[in-house]
Design a protein around this ligand. Structure first.
Ligand code: DX5
Ligand code: ZN
Length: 215
């Protein structure tokens, strides 16, 4: 069964905890951090992660869409993140960023944009706990799922097996009941879902639907 990480980018920003308390069955909460430079949008920051970690027991899966994340990752771990994701495209020092996350005691994740080839992260695979394949161009919720990401997941999953590695594969962007089975069959362990969960009436039902489709 797939793990589901609801993305609070699509929740009510003025009532985040109210919305989070209505979600049952989430494996992680996905927190999108944007700096207006790496992506053309602004969202949550460190203080949101501090506040969330005090108010929920759900593990925080923090997706950093910021330039030079190595300068901030330690602070995000201290703020309460369980998983910290850094984009290969966002820094000259991706290996350093991963090392700092692990030394600070969290799980390290490397993230890759739709236009970036898998070869960019091959060297990092033995070092990470999770790889996040973006299935939309990052920056906004509610975008259309890019079908090319399925073949990328399949190739990553084959690499994982060939090299005997155990990282989880996460996918982010445009996930719904229409594509969750296909991404799960391709090798995805964790699906991020923003608008599919928080755009509906019953958030918990949406999470359960994604899980039921991958039983
Ligand atoms: C996009 C974010 C996603 C976003 C997904 O840059 O990384 O996490 O919230 O939203 P949906 O599921 O609506 O595509
Ligand atoms: Zn995200």
């Amino acid at each position: 069964m797939i793990k589901v990480a609801p993305s609070i980018l699509s929740a009510d920003p003025a009532n985040l905890m109210g919305d989070i308390n209505k979600v049952e069955g989430a494996d992680y909460l996905h927190v999108d951090v944007m700096d207006g430079s790496f992506v053309p949008n602004l969202s949550f920051g460190l203080n949101t992660v501090v506040g969330l970690s005090k108010n929920t027991d759900i593990k925080l899966d923090v997706h950093l869409m910021i330039q030079n994340p190595e300068n901030y990752v330690e602070q995000f771990v201290k703020a309460g993140a369980s998983i910290v994701g850094v984009h290969v495209e966002s820094t000259q020092h991706i290996a350093r960023a991963i090392q700092i996350i692990k030394n600070a005691g969290a799980q390290a994740e490397v993230v890759i944009n739709p236009g970036t080839p898998l070869t960019e992260l091959e060297e990092l695979l033995p070092e990470v706990d999770q790889v996040l394949i973006m299935s939309v161009n990052p920056g906004f919720g509610g975008q259309k799922f890019l079908e090319s990401s399925i073949s990328k997941v399949k190739r990553l999953s084959a690499l994982r097996q060939a090299r005997g590695l155990e990282f989880d594969i996460e996918i982010d962007g445009g996930i719904s009941d229409k594509n969750v089975k296909a991404v799960y069959d391709a090798g995805v362990d964790v699906a991020v879902a923003g608008s599919y969960v928080f755009g509906a009436e019953d958030y918990s039902k949406q999470v359960q639907l994604l899980k039921d489709l991958t039983k």
